[in-house]
Ligand binder design. Structure first.
Ligand code: ATP
Ligand code: MG
Length: 421
């Protein structure tokens, strides 16, 4: 039988040590900061009925048109892997009647998302997001809080040179007026827009502002700005948001071209970009979606959220800083049969105290055990031989500076605690 070479699917990747420690650190920072703002974790399934996504994200968006992993299950139901987190959380919010709980309800999630994207740097087909959703508060104060929370999070993670782009894309009252203006502006120049934008002109003209194709960027110069067409209520909402952001010390730029790729947004939208990434430079993005809960059959409920793209954050962290990775606290080398047994007992005891302990293979020479301790970059080596055993003591060695000594078996926990404090 010939052996088959298995490979992970294209643009789906394994995450291994030591990188996994950077992932864990970012997740831990997210949990800590979100909790301090009263956001609680929810976990929803990675697959949902396809209509959960098509209805919310929008039929004419790139995600729904081209990027969803959709299949029929064995009961002939159309199922999709989630391409983003908000739709699932809203489905859950409505299904579980969470709107009957006191407002606002604030949630966060982490996990893999799936989009069948064209392979290019910064885009994966399974990628991870960590995101938040707050239900029941129309803003704009909470909009500012959520954006400030994102700022704290990215700062604590250690990202530098990031830009907060904010915008308001209006509401069902004022957006149609703006849409007409935009259609009027592009009407004479359709031949200068890419085929996708020609389609968007009829289905979703705001998306033309988001297109990365050079000639579309050129053609849209001088296009009407959404912020000039906001109704009174949206305008006040947006100017108050900017005021609160200033109060909180969040530096931002108003970017009227930033319309976001999903249909469900209303009013506030925002995106954080990094100067240190290539073309796919958005590390986090979000916005307000005041109509979505109703769309799912719930009561009218304003809401706002964002999602951080983990891969792009990790790439930035890897290129900008050196990282300390965890390593064993102790490696126990044993010489002889009795000592080998004792090394297991000592290791077990230390592990219950929270230390990372590795045990050497007593049938190997001391030299080869020490070599392994070195390869593992263990902070300490304990050596137990028959003689030490009789005396109830062991030898210790600190690999960083080769200092050494011997201590009583009873003192090792205190010894390690003292060293690591
Ligand atoms: P982009 O314009 O970069 O495609 P998007 O508008 O499709 O982004 P969102 O749906 O808002 O992205 O997702 C929020 C964040 O998730 C993005 O800012 C990005 O950091 C990350 N992200 C989105 N798609 C991918 C992907 N295919 N691979 C890796 N990260 C992604
Ligand atoms: Mg995208």
């Amino acid at each position: 039988m010939s052996s088959i070479q298995y490979k992970a699917l294209k643009r789906m990747h394994d995450i291994l040590p030591p990188d996994i420690y950077i992932w864990q650190k970012v997740e831990a920072v997210g949990r800590e900061i979100f909790s301090s703002y009263g956001f609680q974790e929810v976990r929803t399934p990675v697959a949902e009925s396809t209509s959960v996504f098509t209805r919310s994200i929008g039929e004419n968006t790139d995600i729904v048109e081209k990027e969803m992993y959709t299949f029929l299950d064995k009961g002939d139901r159309s199922i999709s892997l989630r391409p983003e987190g908000t739709a699932s959380v809203v489905r859950c919010y409505v299904e579980k009647n969470l709107h009957t709980l006191p407002s606002p309800q604030k949630f966060y999630y982490t996990g893999p998302m799936f989009r069948y994207e064209r392979p290019q740097s910064g885009r994966f087909r399974q990628f991870y997001q960590i995101g938040v959703e707050a239900f029941g508060d129309p803003g704009p104060r909470i909009d500012a809080e959520v954006i400030s929370m994102l700022r704290h999070c990215l700062e604590k993670i250690g990202l530098k040179e990031i830009i907060f782009n904010v915008n308001s894309i209006g509401c069902p009252d004022c957006r149609p007026v703006y849409r007409e203006k935009l259609l009027g502006f592009f009407a004479g120049g359709l031949d200068r827009l890419c085929p996708d934008c020609n389609r968007r002109y009829h289905t979703n003209p705001l998306r033309i502002l988001d297109c990365k194709v050079d000639r579309c960027v050129e053609t849209r110069k001088g296009a009407p700005k959404v912020t000039d067409y906001l109704c009174e209520v949206c305008r006040t909402h947006f100017s108050s948001l900017l005021l609160f952001l200033e109060l909180l010390g969040v530096s931002y730029i108003v970017n009227p071209d930033m319309v976001r790729g999903l249909d469900y947004y209303t009013r506030t939208t925002f995106e954080v970009t990094s100067k240190n990434l290539g073309a796919q430079n958005a590390v986090a993005a979000g916005g307000r979606y005041d109509r979505l809960v109703k769309e799912f059959g719930g009561p009218e409920t304003p809401a706002i959220g964002f999602a951080i793209g983990m891969e792009r954050i990790i790439e930035l962290l890897k290129s900008s800083a050196s990282h300390d990775f965890p390593r064993p606290d102790v490696f126990i080398a044993a010489i002889g049969e009795l000592a080998a047994g004792e090394s297991l007992v000592v290791a077990d005891r230390l592990r219950t105290k929270g230390f990372w302990v590795e045990v050497g293979e007593a049938e190997n020479s001391l030299k080869s055990q020490l070599r392994r301790a070195d390869r593992l970059s263990s902070k300490y080596v304990f050596i137990i031989g028959d003689e030490e055993l009789k005396a109830g003591r062991l030898k210790w060695k600190k690999l960083a500076d080769s200092s050494q000594g011997d201590i009583s078996m009873f003192e090792i926990t205190d010894f390690l605690r003292l060293q690591s404090s």
